[in-house]
Write a new protein. Structure first.
Length: 202
């Protein structure tokens, strides 16, 4: 495991689950994914990388009950909760995940910021190879790479232009839509977050 993987697989990852119960974020997630999905066509299955306890996938399921959900999650406790939700989940690191198929939409939300810059190229490749058509990235944004202290820890949170780097790396990706969510939104507050919807084009 990398330093960051061990961090999220262990006690800090367990504590994160307790701080971030799915029901707290359901209204904001419903608003967010309504917008994202409205920009897509023929999405029948979704893979979330770093799904935690499934808060994002459950919001998608409420909006699209027919959709098939899959997940990759490194934390054992979170993986157990995903299995209880009957999500097709894999208990492993994103870095060791070898996609056996492609999904219409690949989602990553609040995860890339916690991956070491040394490993980002590998994760970008997993995202790209797993996607049949769409990739949704929702992360903290910075035009230049920067490391930020995270709850008293160093080397655990990194901000940069993840979507831009992916478009540079894979020329067939185009930007479909993007936006920003603000923690002071009076109706659907969410952690300050930029999101980007990318699409593969021949």
């Amino acid at each position: 495991m990398t330093e960051q993987e061990a961090f999220w697989a262990g006690d800090f990852g367990h504590a994160y689950i307790q701080r971030n119960q799915a029901a707290l974020y359901l209204p904001a997630n419903l608003a967010f994914f309504s917008r994202v999905l409205s920009k897509t066509h023929a999405v029948n299955d979704v893979l979330e990388l770093g799904a935690n306890i499934g808060a994002n996938l459950m919001a998608i399921k409420q909006l699209r009950p027919d959709i098939q959900l899959s997940a990759v999650e490194i934390n054992q406790q979170a993986y157990t909760q995903l299995m209880q939700l009957q999500i097709d989940a894999r208990h492993q690191s994103i870095l060791s995940f070898k996609p056996e198929k492609k999904w219409d939409l690949v989602l990553i939300k609040g995860v890339l910021i916690h991956i070491s810059p040394d490993n980002l190229a590998e994760v970008y490749d997993v995202m790209y190879q797993s996607s049949e058509r769409y990739i949704c990235i929702a992360e903290y944004y910075s035009p230049t790479p920067v490391e930020v202290p995270y709850r008293g820890h160093r080397n655990k949170l990194f901000k940069r232009d993840f979507a831009g780097e992916m478009m540079d790396k894979y020329p067939d990706l185009r930007l479909v839509d993007y936006g920003f969510y603000y923690h002071r939104d009076p109706v659907f507050p969410m952690d300050d977050m930029n999101w980007f919807l990318l699409e593969k084009r021949d």
